[in-house]
Design a protein around this ligand. Structure first.
Ligand SMILES: [Zn+2]
Length: 300
């Protein structure tokens, strides 16, 4: 993107019908329910300030009602507007469009960070983790879901020579442009480098197999998956893995009156004026329109 020439490419759902196509058809009820089970097991149920990175149209927003302030962050303004329309004017929710390589928040702001089904679009995982470590408070909880390359289907395909990449080597595999699968051990290492201590792991979506989803009732699959998730600390062969991390940051929790920071130069921003946040550091102005904070590109 023009404003941040050093930024890696970002997967853009702007203007897409992702919501209707993917989640409202009902074909993903199983995935939706088992992800909620895992999220409830790992996420502190209440607290001060939470951000969901890649919140999309707010599918999981109702899980965050125990928090005082909830940032729904996404690259797509279109999806955030859908979230806003669905959630109404609940003052807890703050809608922020931006680039995860340039998070527009002050250091040490968030008590809880959630990221589900979005890291598989990250071309530069260490850079994303570094940003999330910066905006996390000391001891913050970071609930991360990632797509695992070492899943049973990939292992069987590799063994049958129907897949050329190995599910056992540590490097990420880009199976479609800007769609990556990761090795669980590699993810743990990158988390530690960034300043997180990985803890409990849950394996999720054990039964993401079309024919099984067709014959077995969703409720039964959810019950079976919920029981199997607990084995995630010992082995991970599912396409989806959740991990709860703790921030081991040495920086301080952000002051109560600070929130946004300029994504270009990092200077803390004050209150909006004339539908914009003006940066006292570099002079760039960021749009605030109808409840959407837009840090994708500065105002002209
Ligand atoms: Zn600035």
């Amino acid at each position: 993107m023009a404003e941040n020439p050093k930024s890696p490419p970002v997967c853009d759902y702007e203007g897409s019908d992702y919501n209707a196509r993917f989640w409202e058809s009902g074909e993903r009820d199983y995935e939706d329910q088992v992800e909620r089970v895992a999220l409830r097991r790992l996420m502190p149920p209440s607290g001060d300030t939470l951000i969901e990175v890649g919140a999309g149209f707010g599918r999981l927003a109702d899980e965050y009602r125990g928090y005082r302030r909830v940032v729904l962050f996404d690259y797509s303004r279109t999806l955030l507007r859908e979230a806003q329309a669905a959630l109404g004017d609940d003052p807890r929710f703050i809608y922020v469009a931006g680039n995860w390589y340039h998070m527009p928040f002050v250091q040490g702001l968030f008590e809880t960070v959630v990221q589900i089904r979005t890291l598989h679009h990250a071309a530069d995982v260490p850079a994303v983790f570094a940003q999330l470590a910066r905006i996390s408070r000391p001891q913050a909880a970071y609930v991360l879901e990632f797509a695992s390359k070492k899943n049973l289907k990939a292992i069987l395909r590799y063994a049958a020579r129907r897949q050329d990449w190995s599910p056992f080597t540590s490097e990420p595999v880009e199976f479609v442009e800007l769609n990556f699968d990761f090795h669980p051990q590699w993810i743990r290492e990158q988390l530690q480098v960034a300043g997180f201590e990985p803890g409990q792991m849950l394996t999720v979506s054990h039964f993401r197999i079309p024919v099984v989803k067709k014959i077995v009732p969703t409720g039964v699959l959810v019950t079976l998956d919920s029981a199997a998730q607990r084995t995630g600390n010992w082995w991970q062969f599912t396409p989806s893995v959740f991990v709860l991390n703790r921030s081991v940051a040495t920086h301080k929790t952000a002051a109560e009156d600070l929130f946004f920071a300029c994504p270009h130069c990092g200077t803390p921003l004050g209150e909006p004026q004339d539908r914009a946040l003006a940066c006292p550091g570099c002079g760039r102005r960021w749009s605030v329109a109808d409840g959407l904070y837009d840090f994708k590109a500065p105002l002209p």
